[in-house]
Write a protein that binds this ligand. Structure first.
Ligand SMILES: NC(=O)c1ccc[n+]([C@@H]2O[C@H](COP(=O)([O-])OP(=O)(O)OC[C@H]3O[C@@H](n4cnc5c(N)ncnc54)[C@H](OP(=O)(O)O)[C@@H]3O)[C@@H](O)[C@H]2O)c1
Length: 250
């Protein structure tokens, strides 16, 4: 896919990997709209990133998704690339407190249901384009769960599965379906975690390369070895994940 003169929506693009991707795509001459719930964060991103368009929009709120997409159609004339990037992460201990349910429901509502709703509601727009794509951020934990992040891991495994189904359902349409699985990346999402962290720019380089070369499942960095090891031996996969998350501070 040629990445210039495109209209691109990145959910949760006011920080982290999404913002780094927005900057790379702006530099290539695209129109980039990023969303998030926090208006102040988006204003800061806009001040720091000339040319960036921002819209306050929550992916768990169907009305807000609909009005965002209507605005993109009216103001920018359509949509070529949707990046399902917004997500939240909570650690959870099944042997710990019970009163964590509202946070966990929010996690499923965002990472899984939000991704499904934005994808479904954006489809009529991307299907109008001769060449379009949907990119969804999954994670290493889609392949091997991080035991301290059971619900987050489950949502990312679900998003991985969902991307496979969507890719098959959209075969024969102009919309290509990409899934990006990074290892731990240095963003606010994992600020409480220890261990090695990749720079968001490394992930962005792999996303851009994958879009340009039509590599639909993008396993970033150590995730290539992790998913292969896990396929050969799930016990080995679990050991590698345990080692990678051993120094977590939560
Ligand atoms: N960092 C990692 O180690 C890592 C590894 C693998 C995969 N990923 C994935 O990469 C993606 C980007 O994460 P990141 O690391 O760049 O973290 P991040 O900086 O926290 O970015 C996530 C963004 O999502 C937004 N968001 C959260 N809930 C939202 C909602 N309901 N509606 C709209 N926006 C919402 C947040 O903004 P507001 O708070 O303003 O809404 C935030 O800007 C996520 O899908 C994450 O799961 C990250």
């Amino acid at each position: 896919m040629k990445l210039a003169n495109r209209t691109i929506l990145i959910t949760g693009g006011g920080s982290g990997i999404g913002l780094a991707l927005a900057r790379a795509l702006l530099a290539r001459g695209n129109t980039v709209v990023v969303t998030g719930r926090n208006a102040a964060k988006l204003e800061q991103a806009q001040r720091d990133t000339p040319g960036l368009h921002t819209v306050v929009s929550d992916i768990t709120n169907e009305e807000e998704i609909r009005s965002l997409l209507m605005r993109i159609e009216v103001e920018y004339g359509g949509l070529d690339l949707l990046v399902n990037n917004a997500a939240i992460l909570n650690s959870y201990d099944f042997l710990g407190q019970e009163d964590h349910f509202s946070l966990l429901e929010q996690e499923v509502a965002t990472n899984l249901l939000g991704t499904i709703k934005v994808t479904r509601l954006a489809l009529p727009l991307v299907l109008k384009r001769p060449q379009a794509a949907i990119v969804t951020m999954s994670s290493a934990v889609a392949y091997v769960p991080a035991p301290s992040l059971p619900v987050y891991s489950a949502t990312k495994a679900a998003v991985h599965s969902l991307s496979q189904s969507l890719r098959q359902q959209l075969a024969g349409t102009p919309v290509k379906v990409f899934e990006v699985a990074p290892p731990t990346v240095d963003t606010g999402l994992v600020k409480g975690m220890g261990g090695a962290k990749l720079s968001p720019d490394v992930v962005v380089r792999e996303i851009v390369h994958a879009l340009e070369h039509e590599t639909y499942e993008v396993r970033v960095g150590q995730v290539k070895a992790l998913s292969l090891a896990n396929r050969l031996s799930p016990a080995l996969g679990a050991r590698l994940m345990a080692r990678a998350t051993a120094s977590d501070h939560h």
